[in-house]
Design a protein around this ligand. Structure first.
Ligand code: G3I
Length: 303
C-alpha cells in the first residue's frame, strides 16, 4: 500500500497521529491527515482542563470536533487522557480531602467515557503517573498524595465500569528502555494488576526519542510487557531530527511484536509538533514527505 494507514492495516495494525482541533481548518493539514492516517488522538482536547474546567461543568466542543470528523471518515480514535497530573484545572489540584477527590475522579472518568462511548478504541486512563529517575515509584500528584498508590487501580476500575468496550491503557514516557527503573516500576504494576484482576488492557509507550531513536532494548521491552497479557501501543512517537533509521528501528520493533497493535506519531508536519525546533516528524513544514516517511512506510511492510 502507498499510505501509512493502509500499509499498517495489512498487518492488522493502525497508524495514527495526534490532531489539534485548531488546525482542522488548514486544508494542507487535513489533506495529509485523511490520506495517511487511520487513527487520531486529540492532542489536548480531551484533557481535564478542557473537558471539565470547573466541577461538573463539561466542555466537549473541541473534542467533539475531532471525534465527529474522524468517525465520519472511518478513522479510529484514541482517547487521551482521563487522569493526569498536568493540564489539570486548579479546582482539582486544590482539593484537600480524599473522599471528594475520589468522587470527582470517578465522575470525570465516567462522564468523559460516556460521552464518547462506542467511538474510542483505546483510552489512556492514567498518564505519566511514575516518577523519573531511579525510584521506580509513583510521582507526587494530588491523586497520589490524597488517594495513595491505589489511585491508578481505582481509575482503571471506574473506567471499566463506565464502558467495558475500549482498551484501557496506562501511558507513559521514558519506559522504552528495559533496564530503566521507571520501566521496571510500570512493569511491576502491570504484572500486579494482571495477577489481581485489575482491568488493564494495554500499555502506551509515548516514544519521544532523541536523535538516536529507540533504545536497543525497545523490542524486548514491548515483548516483555506483551507477555504479561496486555497489548502494547506506540502512542506519541517523535524523534529529534527524524533520522530514517531511527524511525525504521521503532516501527520494526512494533512489527516484530504480535501484540503491538499500532503506532501514533505526535503530529503531522514539523510545524505542528510540540518540539518543532527539532523537526521530529514525518512531514516537513510544506507538507512534503521526509526521508523518515519512506523509511516508516517500508518498515511497515516488513522490509
Ligand atoms: O490553548 C492555549 C492558548 O489559548 C494560549 O494562547 C497558548 C499560549 O501559550 O497556549 C495554549 O495552550 C497550549 C496548548 O498546548 C494548546 O496549544 C499550552 O500552553 C501548551 O502547554 C500545550 O502543550 C501541550 C502539552 O502536551 C501540555 O503538557 C502540547 O500541545 C501537547 O503536544 C503535549 O502533549 C503531551 C501529551 O499530552 C502527554 N505526553 C507528553 C506530550 C508532550 O508534552
Amino acid at each position: 500500500a502507498s499510505t501509512l494507514g493502509a500499509q499498517a492495516a495489512q498487518s492488522g495494525r493502525y497508524f495514527g497521529t495526534a490532531v489539534a482541533a485548531g488546525r482542522l481548518g488548514d486544508g494542507a493539514y487535513t489533506a495529509i491527515l485523511d490520506r495517511e492516517f487511520n487513527s487520531v488522538t486529540p492532542e489536548n482536547e480531551m484533557k481535564w482542563d478542557t473537558t471539565e474546567p470547573s466541577r461538573g461543568q463539561f466542555n466537549f466542543g473541541p473534542a467533539d470536533q475531532i471525534v465527529n470528523r474522524a468517525t465520519a471518515r472511518g478513522q479510529r480514535v484514541r482517547g487521551h487522557t482521563l487522569v493526569w497530573h498536568s493540564q489539570l484545572p486548579g479546582w482539582v489540584s486544590s482539593i484537600r480531602d480524599a473522599d471528594t477527590l475520589r468522587s470527582v475522579m470517578n465522575n470525570h472518568i465516567t462522564s468523559v467515557m460516556n460521552r464518547y462511548k462506542g467511538r474510542i478504541h483505546s483510552w489512556d486512563v492514567v498518564n505519566e503517573a511514575f516518577a523519573d529517575g531511579g525510584s521506580g515509584q509513583h510521582r507526587p500528584s494530588v491523586f497520589q498524595n490524597l488517594l495513595g498508590d491505589g489511585f491508578i487501580e481505582q481509575a482503571f476500575r471506574a473506567a471499566r465500569s463506565a464502558d467495558p468496550a475500549p482498551k484501557l491503557c496506562y501511558n507513559d514516557y521514558n519506559i522504552e528502555n528495559w533496564s530503566d527503573a521507571k520501566t521496571q516500576g510500570v512493569y511491576r504494576m502491570v504484572r500486579d494488576f494482571k495477577a489481581r484482576g485489575v482491568p488493564i488492557d494495554c500499555v502506551g509507550f509515548q516514544s519521544h526519542f532523541g536523535t538516536g531513536g529507540p533504545p536497543a532494548s525497545f523490542q524486548t521491552t514491548l515483548s516483555n510487557f506483551a507477555a504479561l497479557g496486555v497489548d502494547v501501543q506506540i502512542t506519541e512517537l517523535d524523534i529529534a531530527q527524524a533520522s530514517p533509521t531511527a524511525y525504521a528501528n521503532t516501527v520494526r520493533a512494533c512489527m516484530n511484536v504480535a501484540r503491538c497493535k499500532g503506532i501514533t506519531v505526535w503530529g503531522i508536519r514539523d510545524s505542528d509538533s510540540w518540539r518543532s525546533g527539532e523537526n521530529p516528524l514525518l512531514f516537513d513544514r510544506g507538507g512534503n514527505k521526509k526521508p523518515a516517511y519512506n523509511a516508516t512506510l517500508s518498515a511497515l511492510g516488513g522490509t
